[in-house]
Ligand binder design. Structure first.
Ligand SMILES: Cc1cc2nc3c(=O)[nH]c(=O)nc-3n(C[C@H](O)[C@H](O)[C@H](O)COP(=O)(O)O)c2cc1C
Length: 333
């Protein structure tokens, strides 16, 4: 059976993201893979309410790692489960991903975190429970991804947070990102179709995914195929957070921790092998997090008089400001 590539665009209909994803998908189809395309904005997906029933359900061995809400996220989820690779393109809104992209990421993780799901799946199978009662086994399939961020602004720092945030889609189920493209200055062209070099790069995105899917070894499958090595050796992004004492740095995207130095005028980070294993892009980093939650999160009922403690806050409801009758805001008078 042919491997499957899922493309998702979070942009406007037939605008830059749609076309860029389709160009990469066409290349995958040419190479014999089955492809599917969806538009984030065609999906009616509601926000995560924060109930954490997905995670608690897995910890208590009652759930399968699914959301209690059923909407078009289920369509995306089924496509994701079938896929062997994903190609995502997201516009930049306010220097970051779109609201819908973020909504979908919240619905993916933590319910899809492979360490939560695998622990329950393995235990259930060992106990002879029916597979249909356990997390979807397709979650554990090895997958690769290419991420494409798009911004209209001519200045690169106006798209700075988009690509880093796009990893929120891929890391919970351990999808290995093998290529990324940051396309800024999109508004300098009526359409990306008027920028042949970028369209060629999208062809390359497709070829890189094909290359990864055809790899014979795991090392070859996850090989980084982006244009630049980046700063972080794990996720290849360039977004670092300086610690409070200003002595160490963390990769904001993958959580690798280490030191920074300037070698021959260039900034270099040093993340030890041990620290790299703790990256949330790796099994070890995700397991550390899920174990932390399983062992340290306090269950309901720990604070005996919580209702009483909450009472003054429940009663304190100042409401919203009345519209100013002398101003020209957006509320119809
Ligand atoms: C609400 C909103 C905020 C935006 N903010 C940014 C921004 O911070 N940086 C940027 O480069 N472009 C920004 N843009 C421009 C879009 O990124 C640009 O139009 C992009 O091409 C949209 O992708 P699409 O063509 O696939 O729909 C913004 C657009 C909208 C609608």
């Amino acid at each position: 059976m042919a491997k499957k590539v899922l493309g998702i665009s979070f942009g406007r209909k037939m605008s830059n993201c749609d076309i860029m994803v389709k160009q990469a998908l066409m290349e995958c189809e040419k190479a014999g893979f089955e492809v599917a395309f969806m538009r984030g904005d065609d999906l009616n997906v509601s926000n995560c309410t924060g109930c954490i029933a997905c995670t608690v359900g897995m910890i208590m061995e009652k759930g399968r790692g699914y959301c209690v809400r059923h909407d078009d996220f289920d369509i995306l989820d089924e496509c994701l489960m079938q896929s062997d690779a994903v190609i995502l393109a997201c516009p930049t809104y306010e220097t970051s991903v779109t609201g819908r992209f973020k909504t979908i990421c919240d619905r993916i993780g933590p319910s899809h975190d492979i360490t939560f799901r695998k622990a329950l799946y393995d235990k259930g199978m060992a106990e002879g429970r029916p597979e249909a009662e356990l997390p979807d086994a397709r979650t554990f399939k090895k997958r690769t991804a290419a991420l494409i961020s798009v911004g209209g602004a001519m200045t690169e720092n106006w798209i700075a947070l988009t690509l880093p945030m796009m990893y929120e889609f891929t890391f919970p189920i351990g999808i290995d990102v093998v290529d990324t493209v940051e396309y800024y200055g999109a508004m300098a062209h009526e359409s990306v179709l008027g920028y042949p070099e970028m369209m060629e790069r999208m062809t390359k995105v497709g070829q890189n995914i094909v290359d990864s899917l055809n790899a014979e070894t795991e090392e070859e499958r996850i090989k980084w195929r982006g244009d630049e090595e980046g700063v972080c050796p794990i996720c290849h992004t360039r977004m670092l957070q300086v610690s409070h004492d200003a002595k160490t740095v963390d990769c904001v995207v993958c959580g690798s921790h280490g030191t920074l130095e300037v070698v021959d005028g260039k900034i270099k980070v040093h993340f030890t092998e041990e620290e790299q294993k703790r990256s949330r892009l790796k099994w070890g980093g995700k397991l550390e997090h899920s174990t932390e939650i399983k062992t340290q999160a306090q269950p309901a009922g720990t604070i005996k008089n919580l209702k009483e403690l909450k009472a003054p806050y429940a009663q304190f409801n100042p409401g919203v400001f009345e519209p100013d009758p002398n101003s020209y805001g957006n509320i119809k008078k």
